[in-house]
Design a protein around this ligand. Structure first.
Ligand code: PAF
Length: 288
């Protein structure tokens, strides 16, 4: 695997692949890679000839009270994992390369509606930062395909909407969440959990599954479904397990608007604090 930090080196390599008629898949990351990221690279191999990954801890998506400096940086380990997974090119720009004029003077991309609420409400400005950096990285890498993990469900919808709204010629491939045996979604933030917190953290996914079953049963029985009441019960159970629910909502799977009786493709979106970590998770419910 070749590692480059300059835009000119990245562009020259991708241009040469495109001239040879090869397709390119892109996996953007912020590093501190785990098996979930590697599953994105594995998926990318199914869609293109060459794989480009990036590691960039994007300051624009961190809030004022979120400490970007303490975000784990594990470059040597990450390079090893990406090499093992068959990545062809790793782009590791600095903030000066991505935002040469500084953040205050940087143009940005705002994706309305899907960015509002949930993580968008808990982390103001977060999705503007994500959409802007992903747009910029897409323009630099010019991939045919890009892979994103469904653990960040709202992020995938924001990026998919941006690509559609701005007519970007890129196919977005959503990739299923990798989980520990306990059901806990793999995340860089799990590194903040103590052994005791790790034991209670699976309560998040467990209660999303309980909620999904209640919705499915109500639908099968042709009952009217109290999405808000059921979500409240799931959120109480998560709190009783020792976590602190930030939000938990049943939504339309694409628009992310609150679910209504007529919707059959739903997603339950949730975030909860567990010690120092803020965990997010979701579960799609296709009513049949
Ligand atoms: O999901 C992430 O790691 C980041 O939000 C992303 C997509 C790499 C943009 O910085």
């Amino acid at each position: 695997m070749k590692t480059v930090s300059q835009i000119s080196e990245l562009r020259a390599q991708v241009k040469s692949w495109h001239q040879q008629g090869l397709t390119v898949a892109f996996v953007p990351t912020m590093g501190n890679l785990h098996a979930g990221h590697i599953s994105l690279i594995d998926e990318a191999h199914k869609h293109a000839d060459k794989i480009v990954a990036s590691i960039f801890v994007n300051p624009m998506q961190f809030g004022a009270n979120e400490d970007i400096d303490s975000y784990p940086r594990t470059m040597a380990d990450d390079q090893e994992k990406l090499t093992q997974a068959g990545t062809d090119l790793l782009f590791t720009p600095t903030a000066d390369i991505i935002y040469p004029k500084g953040l205050a003077k940087q143009s940005f991309v705002e994706v309305p509606n899907v960015s509002d609420g949930y993580c968008g409400e808990s982390r103001p400005g977060h999705f503007r930062g994500v959409a802007t950096v992903v747009c910029k990285l897409f323009n630099l890498v010019q991939p045919d395909v890009a892979c994103f993990g469904l653990k960040d469900y709202q992020q995938v919808q924001v990026i998919q909407t941006m690509v559609e709204d701005l007519s970007m010629p890129i196919t977005i491939v959503p990739v299923a969440t990798s989980r520990e045996e306990s059901g806990l979604a793999l995340s860089s933030r799990n590194g903040y959990l103590t052994a005791e917190e790790k034991a209670i953290a699976p309560a998040l996914q467990k209660n999303l599954q309980w909620l999904a079953e209640q919705i499915q049963q109500g639908y099968t029985a042709n009952d009217s479904i109290d999405f808000i009441g059921l979500a409240k019960q799931a959120s109480n159970a998560i709190n009783e397990a020792g976590l602190k629910t930030d939000y938990l909502h049943v939504c339309h799977a694409q628009t992310l608007q609150p679910a209504s009786e007529d919707d059959t493709r739903l997603v339950i979106l949730a975030a909860a604090h567990c010690g120092k970590a803020r965990l997010i998770d979701n579960l799609q419910v296709n009513l049949t």
